[in-house]
Write a new protein. Structure first.
Length: 117
């Protein structure tokens, strides 16, 4: 496996992880919404399921932080791939639509990273 293939495989796995976390966020939102709508539609007291709903909504900031860390890791990997001249989207189908990189995204990598011959 060459470096570009490694980069492409890494990008594909990152993409899979990002989508899995996004699906988890959506599932938590759907679950909470179903609980509330179902309670109203079926005339069930708000007392029923309140603790479970509180636990479900308490998970949202946690999964949101996980998502944020993945986004940060994505930025770091993209920056490192640019510096190392690794085409990490080759064969993967290219990146999803996103805003243009910020100055921080384009900044030099961590001092520990250097190009080797």
């Amino acid at each position: 496996m060459d470096r570009n293939q490694f980069g492409s495989d890494l990008a594909e796995r990152l993409h899979t992880a990002e989508h899995a976390v996004d699906f988890a966020v959506a599932a938590l939102c759907d679950l909470g919404a179903l609980m509330v709508r179902g309670r109203i539609e079926h005339g069930i007291s708000a007392v029923v399921g309140q603790e479970a709903l509180a636990d479900i909504t308490a998970a949202m900031p946690l999964i949101t932080r996980v998502r944020g860390r993945l986004v940060q890791a994505h930025r770091q990997l993209a920056r490192d791939a640019r510096v190392m001249r690794i085409d990490w989207v080759r064969g993967f189908g290219g990146p999803e639509e996103k805003p243009p990189p910020t100055a921080a995204d384009l900044s030099l990598p961590h001092p520990r990273l250097r190009r080797v011959a």
